[in-house]
Design a protein around this ligand. Structure first.
Ligand code: NAD
Length: 364
């Protein structure tokens, strides 16, 4: 692996893919000192133009080839649909660009591994945008668990609950293509598991450690006559339930659904060890967590904590480029989570648990 060099001047950045999520990238990168948004790239040049105008970005390109030929950026944020992450990332890595790639890192583990190898060869900063790493509560809880203060980990309960199929909390999914494509494998969806299961797997295993095995059940409920609305066959999974064993021996359940009325977008994590427990409930806010430790443990009482502010992934990416020090979550981490996702589909197909090989290196 090449050594990553540090950059002293402002980091010149391109956003590749200027659809829905790109807006978040533009807003967040603008808040980061030492970063200049230089280019907007999209296969729809018109969309890139509108995006560039909205966010005051000077250069516009209709392809990654054009961007790389111009040679005006040091780094890229890849915000294309999942299916293009591997191809675009590898092209940019070969050109020596630092890469922040949206989640999921790829559409399968072999592609994710190719990306990890290309990043190592290029010797650049590489990160995957597991957005909930931006929650100060998750960072504080990971530190607490890694410090050993919970003792040996015995049990983990994690869930990511959404309600947009049971409600109109985010509008009417029956009439909006933005939701309909997410229900259809022909339109590139891997269901709730691929969409947000990737987040809850990272959310649980970042503090609690890697998984040894997973037993996953996926379910797709009938939602329309013939399970079809217009061009959309509604065949992608709506709910996923995983029974897992961690490498440290703990057992756990990890589940996600789009049918949980009352929760627009809630991540929940409880980790119990031999010396106490910790819990995060996203509905409490991004910096709140509770512990049952010390004298509270014998009374089954909880203490609330406010986690200190932590840099988000966008800030960490720029910091990594400026210091030459790789930040987390890395491509290797993205690939590790991808391997679990792949195992979930195999497990559901076989109706049996699937073993996961031990993670090769530390990949937070
Ligand atoms: N981190 C998060 O919480 C989060 C949230 C939402 C979406 N995402 C991820 O962000 C990515 C984009 O999602 P979205 O909802 O913005 O999708 P989108 O469909 O709204 O936008 C994608 C854009 O990429 C463009 N595009 C497609 N192929 C391209 C290519 N080869 N080169 C350049 N541009 C290309 C499309 O024209 C489109 O404008 C997905 O991977 C998604 O999983 C992450």
């Amino acid at each position: 692996m090449k050594k990553t060099s540090r950059r002293s001047g402002p980091v010149r950045l391109a956003i590749i893919g200027t659809g829905g999520m790109a807006r978040q990238h533009a807003i967040k990168f603008k808040e980061v000192k030492g970063c200049t948004l230089v280019a907007a790239v999209d296969v729809s040049r018109e969309r890139a133009e509108t995006f560039a105008q909205t966010h005051g970005i000077p250069e516009i390109y209709g392809s990654v080839d054009e961007l790389l030929a111009a040679g005006t950026v040091d780094a890229v944020a890849i915000v294309t649909p999942d299916a293009f992450h591997a191809e675009v990332a590898i092209q940019c890595l070969k050109a020596g660009k630092h890469v922040l790639c949206e989640k999921p890192l790829a559409v399968n583990y072999p592609d994710a591994q190719r990306m990890v190898k290309a990043a190592a060869k290029a010797g650049v900063i590489n990160m995957v945008n597991f957005s909930y790493r931006d929650m100060p509560s998750l960072q504080a809880v990971a530190k607490l668990v890694h410090s050993g203060k919970l003792g040996e980990i015995r049990h983990v309960e994690a869930s990511y609950l959404q309600s947009w199929l049971a409600s109109k909390v985010w509008g009417d999914w029956r009439t909006d293509p933005k939701w309909l494509w997410r229900l259809s494998s022909q339109h590139g969806s891997k269901g709730v598991l691929g969409d947000v299961g990737v987040h809850i797997l990272d959310f649980a295993t970042f503090p609690a450690g890697p998984l040894k095995s997973v037993y996953c059940k996926l379910k797709t409920f009938d939602k329309a006559p013939g399970n079809r609305i217009g061009e959309y066959l509604l065949d992608a999974n709506d709910s996923a339930v995983m029974t897992v064993e961690f490498a440290n021996g703990a057992l756990g359940t990890i589940h996600t659904t789009r049918w949980m009325g009352g929760h627009a977008n809630r991540l929940y994590l409880k980790i119990a060890g031999t010396l106490g427990s910790v819990v995060i409930d996203g509905d409490w806010g991004t910096n709140v967590y509770r512990t049952s430790l010390g004298s509270n443990l014998d009374k089954a009482k909880w203490r609330e904590h406010k986690a200190p502010r932590t840099p988000n992934n966008y800030a960490r990416f720029i910091r990594g480029i400026r210091t030459g020090k790789q930040e987390e979550p890395t491509f290797a981490r993205g690939a590790e989570v991808q391997r679990v996702l792949d195992a979930c589909y195999v497990s559901d197909g076989k109706n049996a648990p699937v073993k996961l090989p031990a993670a090769k290196a530390k990949a937070h």
